[in-house]
Design a binder for this molecule. Structure first.
Ligand code: PMP
Length: 379
């Protein structure tokens, strides 16, 4: 049997989430926008109930939660949705990092083609961005700072609280891509002074195909963000399209389960991380990114002298792991995240990401270690 160790790519749907969704598919199949009959009303009530659950978790009002198809869409919506305001006001400077997910980097590249000045900060080998890296770059025309909470390849957690505090007395918008941390680490929009927060259901036991953009209304006013699609006016006109009621219910249920498990999640995951680290001691390896400041449910590790593609191929039947890089049969590129951290070539080409959840009793890496030995891992 293949052991699933790729939770950071997508986590299994929690059985209670699935149950909730099946119930909605069966019993509440109306369109939440249909006001003329009971089926529509029932669907709208379900959306409203779960929207409130999620808003409470984020400590915001229900009208500050905007459902999308996932983190990719939420990230695009923030970055492209602020384009018009930036151009109109002459604020076209955006600060982000070279370690972001492609759903940040690609819209930013598009904005650069439209005349925006995009600064992408790199990190050192720890993978950490310092608040000082941001403060020294702030300008009068800075529109937005966009930083991920935890990195999807290394799990390194950025100092979001400190960056939020730094931006508190400015009019610079603060966007946090929390796709990897939502439902796992405590994160308060208000406390961290966040204007826009991205989250996705499928990283935390919810279904694929739904996510959210949390938008903070300061003094009850929406920030000047525009839709990137036009249609039926759903989600206050910001994200039109029929709401996927079963997915919203599944997302809400996953959040309520995450809330119940939040106090023990870190401890349980850290125990598994210890297990993983202890087993890895059997072979020469190098943990990429700061171990202290990283998510307890994943690790990015290089085995010097071992090609990660060969390792994954050799252990394909035993483990589902990834190397987090864009890879096609013709063209193999090392991870842009590890590159931006300045890792040497031998670590770049030998890196794999292992990520886990609550489901595994123990994580047995014996076959992986054997494969590293067979492939000639070296000090
Ligand atoms: N941002 C980060 C940090 C992610 O980890 C991911 C998923 N790998 C995304 C954005 C995109 O998420 P989604 O699959 O929900 O579009």
């Amino acid at each position: 049997m293949t052991v699933y160790l790729d939770y950071s790519a997508s986590a299994p749907v929690h059985p209670l989430v699935l149950e909730e969704m099946i119930w909605v598919y069966r019993e509440a199949y109306g369109n939440a926008g249909s006001r003329t009959h009971v089926f529509g009303q029932r669907a709208a009530e379900i959306v409203s109930r779960w929207r409130k659950e999620i808003a409470d978790f984020l400590d915001v009002d229900s009208n500050e939660v905007f459902f999308t198809s996932g983190a990719t869409e939420s990230n695009n919506l923030v970055l492209l949705g602020l384009q018009d305001y930036g151009k109109r006001t002459g604020r076209t400077h955006i600060i982000s990092t070279a370690l972001e997910h492609k759903s940040i980097l690609e819209p930013l590249a598009f904005l650069a083609s439209q005349g925006f000045d995009i600064e992408l900060i790199k990190s050192d080998k720890t993978g950490l961005i310092k608040a000082g890296d941001i403060s020294t770059r702030l300008r009068d025309d800075t529109l937005l700072v966009s930083i991920h909470h935890a990195n999807n390849e290394t799990g390194v957690i950025q100092p979001i609280g400190e960056i939020g505090r730094l931006l508190r007395d400015t009019d610079v918008f603060f966007h946090v891509d929390a796709a990897q941390t939502f439902g796992k680490l405590p994160l308060s929009i208000v406390q961290f002074n966040i204007d826009f927060l991205t989250a996705s259901a499928h990283k935390m036991g919810g279904p694929q195909g739904v996510g959210l953009l949390g938008i903070r209304r300061k003094s009850l006013r929406m920030p000047p963000i525009k839709p990137i699609m036009y249609g039926g006016g759903q989600e206050h006109g910001l994200r039109p399209g029929t709401l996927p009621v079963p997915l919203v219910a599944g997302f809400g249920k996953a959040v309520s389960l995450a809330r119940q498990g939040l106090s023990t999640w870190k401890e349980v995951m850290l125990q598994k991380k210890e297990e993983v680290l202890t087993q890895l001691e059997a072979v020469p390896h190098h943990v990429n990114g700061s171990l202290e400041d990283s998510m307890p449910n994943m690790i990015n590790v290089s085995f010097p002298g071992v090609n990660s593609e060969a390792l994954m191929l050799m252990t394909k039947d035993k483990y589902a792991i990834s190397n987090g890089s864009a890879c096609t049969s013709k063209d193999y590129k090392p991870s842009h995240v590890l590159l931006a951290m300045g890792l040497p070539e031998e670590l770049l080409y030998s890196a794999v990401r292992i990520s886990w959840g609550r489901d595994e009793e123990t994580i047995d890496l014996r076959a992986l270690i054997e494969a590293v030995e067979n492939l000639g891992g070296q000090e």
